[in-house]
Design a protein around this ligand. Structure first.
Ligand SMILES: CC(=O)SCCNC(=O)CCNC(=O)[C@H](O)C(C)(C)COP(=O)(O)OP(=O)(O)OC[C@H]1O[C@@H](n2cnc3c(N)ncnc32)[C@H](O)[C@@H]1OP(=O)(O)O
Length: 435
């Protein structure tokens, strides 16, 4: 385990998120930065942090909006934070908030700052639709043209198809595969069944409903008022989801022989979240309770974008555990992002395979089974929604809450992401950490 002096240990002090909603819902009137601002303002209020102690704000986003390219800056300014605090935006697909958390933790450990805010914001209800590339280029040429004749010539070169809009899709830029198609490609390579995927998805919904009913998510959810209406809860988990209802759905990404359906996929969602990170010393000095020690993290890229796009957890967890002298059995709480039920199950199978781990990492790296009763026990992205860059905040808070609630020591969070990327974090319950 990396040795960091007790006072400089990076810790999670507080975290809040907006309710996660199916896209095209109540957050439609908002721009993404406004959603992020609500999360930051809510975090500052809930944690009662002295904003004069904040050294940095980092926000992630996947869907970049052209007028707010440094969305972190717009979020924190709109949240009323002092303009003297620097802010930058990170883009690493769905693991963008993890980059902010990792950056701030390292700066804290190195003594470069005491406290910072990391988070993410995503609003799929306000997709940045563009004019076609030919129209965009022509507009630039028209601006530079000196005569009306030149301008008319540019306009005359446009064709009817140039008037089609350029709508962002969930396809990977390099492979052109949607994430669902990429997951079907993983099924062809590694194998997985429809039955197991549906059973996992149904359990995700049942667990999310049970956790919500038990009030588990109240600790992290910040009520949000939009256009006079206050949203207090996620609306993504379904009470009618059972293996039987899921079995009736048709595959959507490979209609002939695929196993991925609307029911065992995550859905496009809107939401934002932010966490307050601190050094242990600064948190204690300011009288903040500590929710988790952020022990370590690992990022990775996959070997094959075509066949292993969403294999991030399998490509990060063995290295994370090995570096910290831990085995799979040492981890009490697992939180793995559920892009698709099938993707979680394939990653789990790879991690259980001695041959897979030896082939990818060499000797001396742990492999092991992640027990389903320790994995995503309060639901996951299938049922909780997946506002890409905000999901990391939910995972972090959920893992920390689980450790404290059940008096457990270690949690591992891991996320796959578009572009064949992955991240994993190791959290430790502060009650187990000696000064
Ligand atoms: C790193 C990453 O995170 S990668 C992942 C990134 N995210 C993605 O790529 C998003 C993937 N998801 C999608 O693209 C879309 O959600 C899709 C294509 C799977 C489904 O979209 P839609 O077809 O609009 O889904 P829709 O909500 O209409 O559901 C289709 C049907 O399934 C049913 N259904 C969906 N979910 C469930 C469920 N949990 N339980 C029971 N039935 C369900 C619906 O009720 C609907 O039934 P109906 O036709 O009888 O009304």
């Amino acid at each position: 385990m990396t040795m960091i002096a007790y006072d400089r240990l990076p810790v999670l002090v507080e975290g809040v998120r907006t309710p996660f909603l199916d896209s095209a819902g109540a957050y439609s009137p908002l721009m993404s930065y406004e959603l992020g601002a609500k999360a930051i303002a809510g975090l500052v209020q809930k944690s009662a942090v002295d904003t004069g102690k904040l050294g940095l704000v980092v926000m992630g986003t996947v869907l970049h909006e052209i007028n707010t390219t440094n969305v972190a800056r717009e979020c924190m300014l709109a949240a009323g934070l002092p303009s003297t605090i620097p802010a930058y935006t990170v883009a690493m697909a769905g693991i963008s908030p993890s980059v902010g958390v990792a950056n701030i933790c390292d700066m804290i450990a190195l003594g470069r700052m005491d406290m910072g805010i990391a988070g993410g914001t995503e609003n799929f209800s306000d997709v940045p639709v563009r004019l076609s590339q030919n129209v965009r280029r022509s507009l630039m040429k028209i601006r530079q043209s000196r005569s009306t004749r030149d301008r008319l010539a540019v306009l005359g070169s446009l064709r009817p198809r140039d008037l089609l809009l350029d709508v962002p899709t969930s396809s990977d830029f390099t492979t052109k595969l949607t994430m669902g198609e990429a997951c079907e490609a993983m099924v062809r390579k590694f194998g997985m069944t429809r039955e197991a995927s549906d059973a996992f998805a149904a359990a995700s919904h049942a667990r999310a409903v049970a956790a919500t009913d038990a009030g588990f998510y109240r600790e992290q959810i910040l009520p949000v008022t939009v256009a006079g209406m206050t949203v207090t809860e996620d609306n993504t988990a379904r009470r009618d989801t059972t293996p039987e209802t899921l079995a009736r759905l048709k595959p959507v990404f490979d209609r002939e022989s695929g196993i991925i359906t609307a029911g065992n996929s995550s859905r496009f969602s809107d939401g934002a979240g932010a966490v307050l990170l601190s050094s242990m010393g600064a948190a204690r000095a300011a009288g903040h309770a500590v929710k988790a020690v952020i022990r370590d993290y690992q990022f990775a890229g996959v070997d094959s974008l075509e066949q292993e796009m969403l294999l991030g957890p399998a490509m990060t967890i063995p290295r994370l555990l090995q570096r910290n002298g831990l085995n799979f059995a040492d981890v009490d709480a697992w939180e793995i992002h559920e892009a698709f039920a099938t993707q979680v199950l394939i990653n789990r199978a790879c991690l259980a395979s001695e041959a897979f781990v030896a082939e990818r990492f060499g000797t001396g790296f742990p492999h092991g089974e992640i027990p389903l009763e320790k994995l995503n026990i309060c639901g996951g992205s299938l049922s909780m929604g997946n506002p890409f860059a905000a999901t990391g905040v939910r995972l972090l808070m959920t893992a920390a809450q689980r450790l404290l609630r059940f008096n457990q020591r270690y949690a591992v969070i891991s996320t796959c992401a578009g572009g064949g990327l992955g991240a994993a974090f190791l959290l430790e319950n502060p009650d187990f950490v000696k000064a």
